[in-house]
Write a protein that binds this ligand. Structure first.
Ligand code: GDP
Ligand code: MG
Length: 512
C-alpha cells in the first residue's frame, strides 16, 4: 500500500490538487487491502467511493503531504462507516465521575425507562447507562443472542462485571501508564454500580449453566437458573420477576446458540424476547468470522430484531473485516468489543480506535509515520530558509506548532495500534499539545506588528508591558508569558545555530 501511496505523492508532485489519476493507484491498493481484511465487497466499494469523494479536487493543505491527506480521508471514511463516535447504551450525558446516576435526574429527563443508544461525534462520550430505579419500573433487561461459541456466556459475565464495576480503570486502553489511564475518557465514566442478575437460559447444555454460575461467582454476581427442564422464555421471565422482587436493576440473559442460524433458534429467541421485552438485544458475534459477521448480524436482525452487536475475540488475529462491515451491511451498531477471555476484557466500541487499527494494517501506518517525518523535513527546510533571512517570527512559530500538533495527532493514531501503544508516551504528547494551545492563545493576542517583530516582546523597552497585555488578553498568567518568550527565544537561537552549522544562510554560513 505504501508504494501506491508514495506514487500518489510523486504524481502529486507540485500540484495543488489531487486528481483522479493521482489517487487511482492508491485507491486500488486500499481496495485490495480492505478485501484482504475480509471487508464486505459492497462496504469496501462504498468506502473507496467515499475516499475518492473526500480526496478529489481537494486543495492540499499547507504543511500536509498528499499522502497524509489521503490517509486522513480514509480514516474519516472508516469512521463514518463504523458509526462515528462511540455507540453505547445509556442516556447519561453527564460525564462527571462522581458516580451514582440519580433516579430523579433520569426521571426529569423522562428517559428513565429506556436504555437508549447514543451516538455522538468526537470526542466520544463515555459509554454510560441509564439507571432504572429498583422496584420502580422493573429492571433493565439485556438479551444476548448468537451462534454457539461466539462468546455469549463469556460476554454475559463481562457485561455483568462492566455494569456493576465500581472502578473503571480496567477498561482503559491496555498498555497505558497509570498517569495516562487516569486521563482517559474511560476513567471519566460514571461509576455504574448496578445490581445485576445473570440469567442462564441456555438449557441445552448443563455445562452452559455451570459455566455461567462459575463466572457469576468469580465476579460476585448472582445467577438465576432453573436447570435444563424449563422453557428458556419462562426462565427469563422468572429471572426478571426475581430481579424486580430482589432489588436487582439489570438482568443479563444468556441464551443458547447453534452451529448455524436456524429457524428453531430464532423462534426461541423471539419467545424469550416477547417474555422479557429487553431494552437491548445484542448479537454476540465472533470477529474471526470476518465479513460473515455482517451478514449474520443482518440475519439475526431481520429474524429477531436486535439493537446492536458485541464483537468478540478482537484480541485474536481478526483482520478487522467484521468491525468495518457490520454496520454497513446490517445498519446495526457495534456496542462493545471483547478483547480477551477474562471477564474484564470488555470495552465499549470506539470507532475511531478501530479505524486507526485498521489503518495500521499493511503498511499504512508506517506511511503515516513517514509522512509526518516528511512534514518535519519540509518544516525544517522552511525554518532554515526563514532563519537565513533572519526573519523567523511568531507567525512562523504558529505555523510550526500547527505542524507539530498535526504530527501529534498522527502519533495519536499510532498509539492505538497493538504493540505500538506502549512506545508512545501519551502524557508527554498531551503536555506538548497543551503547551501549543497556550502558545497559540498568546500569539492570537499579539498585534500584527508584534508577531512579525519578536524583538518587541523580547528585548524592546516595552516588552514587559506588552507581554503583560498579551497574557491578560489570552487569559494566562504573566509567568506563562515569560516562559513562552524564553522558549521562543531558545528556539530562535537553536534554529539560528542549526542553520549556521548546516551552512545555510547567515553571515557565518560560508564557514561551515
Ligand atoms: P457461547 O457458546 O456463545 O456462550 O461462547 P462462550 O462464551 O462459551 O465462549 C466460547 C469460547 O470463546 C470460550 O473459550 C471463551 O473463552 C472464548 N472467548 C469469548 N470471548 C472471547 C474474547 O473476546 N477473546 C478471546 N480470545 N476469547 C473469547
Ligand atoms: Mg454459552
Amino acid at each position: 500500500l505504501s508504494s501506491a501511496l508514495t506514487e500518489v505523492a510523486r504524481n502529486f508532485g507540485g500540484k495543488q490538487r489531487m486528481t483522479e489519476t493521482s489517487i487511482q493507484p492508491a485507491l486500488k491498493s486500499v481496495r485490495r487491502a480492505l478485501l484482504d481484511a475480509d471487508v464486505n465487497l459492497d462496504v469496501a466499494t462504498a468506502l473507496i467511493d467515499g475516499v475518492r469523494r473526500r480526496s478529489l479536487g481537494r486543495e492540499v493543505m499547507k504543511g500536509v503531504t498528499a499522502e497524509q491527506q489521503f490517509v486522513k480521508a480514509m480514516y474519516d471514511e472508516l469512521l463514518d462507516m463504523m458509526g462515528g463516535g462511540v455507540v453505547a447504551m445509556g442516556d447519561d450525558d453527564d460525564d462527571d465521575d462522581d458516580g451514582n446516576f440519580d433516579d430523579a435526574a433520569a426521571g426529569g429527563r423522562g428517559k428513565r425507562n429506556k436504555m437508549k443508544m447514543s451516538t455522538s461525534s468526537l470526542p466520544p462520550p463515555a459509554a454510560t447507562l441509564a439507571y432504572r430505579g429498583p422496584n420502580e419500573v422493573g429492571p433493565s433487561v439485556i438479551l444476548l443472542a448468537g451462534l454457539q461459541g461466539a462468546g455469549k456466556t463469556t460476554a454475559a459475565g463481562k457485561l455483568a462485571l462492566y455494569l456493576k464495576e465500581r472502578e473503571v480503570d480496567s477498561y482503559a486502553v491496555s498498555g497505558m501508564s497509570d498517569d495516562e489511564r487516569s486521563n482517559t475518557l474511560a476513567s471519566r465514566l460514571p461509576k455504574r454500580n448496578r445490581r445485576v442478575l445473570l440469567c442462564a437460559a441456555d438449557v441445552y447444555r448443563p455445562a452452559a449453566i455451570e459455566q455461567l454460575e462459575i463466572l457469576g461467582r468469580s465476579i460476585d454476581v448472582d445467577v438465576f437458573s432453573l436447570g435444563t427442564d424449563v422453557d428458556p422464555a419462562e426462565i427469563a421471565r422468572l429471572a426478571v420477576e426475581k430481579a424486580r422482587a430482589g432489588g436487582y436493576d439489570t438482568v443479563v440473559v444468556d441464551t443458547a446458540g447453534r452451529q448455524v442460524v436456524d429457524e428453531e433458534l430464532m423462534e426461541e429467541l423471539r419467545r424469550v424476547k416477547r417474555a422479557v421485552k429487553p431494552d437491548e438485544t445484542l448479537l454476540v458475534v465472533d470477529a474471526m468470522t470476518g465479513q460473515a459477521a455482517a451478514s449474520l448480524t443482518a440475519a439475526f436482525d431481520s429474524a429477531v430484531g436486535i439493537t446492536g452487536a458485541i464483537l468478540t475475540k478482537l484480541d485474536g488475529d481478526s483482520r478487522g473485516g467484521a468491525a468495518v462491515s457490520i454496520r454497513g451491511v446490517s445498519g446495526k451498531p457495534i456496542k462493545f468489543v471483547g478483547v480477551g477471555e477474562r471477564t474484564q476484557d470488555l470495552e465499549p466500541f470506539y470507532p475511531d480506535r478501530m479505524a486507526s487499527r485498521i489503518l495500521g494494517m499493511g503498511d499504512v501506518i508506517s506511511l503515516v509515520e513517514k509522512a509526518s517525518m516528511e512534514v518535519s523535513d519540509a518544516d525544517a527546510a522552511r525554518m532554515q530558509e526563514k532563519m537565513a533571512k533572519a526573519e523567523f517570527d511568531f507567525d512562523d512559530f504558529m505555523t510550526q506548532s500547527r505542524l507539530v500538533s498535526s504530527m501529534g495527532s498522527m502519533a495519536g493514531v499510532a498509539k492505538m495500534l497493538p504493540g505500538l501503544g506502549n512506545m508512545i508516551d501519551n502524557s508527554q504528547l498531551r503536555m506538548v499539545e497543551k503547551r501549543i494551545k497556550r502558545s497559540e492563545a498568546m500569539i492570537c493576542s499579539m498585534t500584527k506588528k508584534e508577531r512579525a517583530n519578536p524583538d518587541l516582546l523580547l528585548t524592546d523597552r516595552s516588552a514587559r508591558s506588552r507581554v503583560m497585555r498579551i497574557t491578560k488578553g489570552s487569559g494566562l498568567s504573566f509567568e506563562d508569558g515569560v516562559a513562552f518568550m524564553s522558549e521562543f527565544q531558545k528556539m530562535r537561537t537553536m534554529i539560528s545555530r542549526m542553520s549556521k552549522q548546516a551552512g545555510i544562510g547567515g553571515p557565518d554560513g560560508a564557514e561551515a
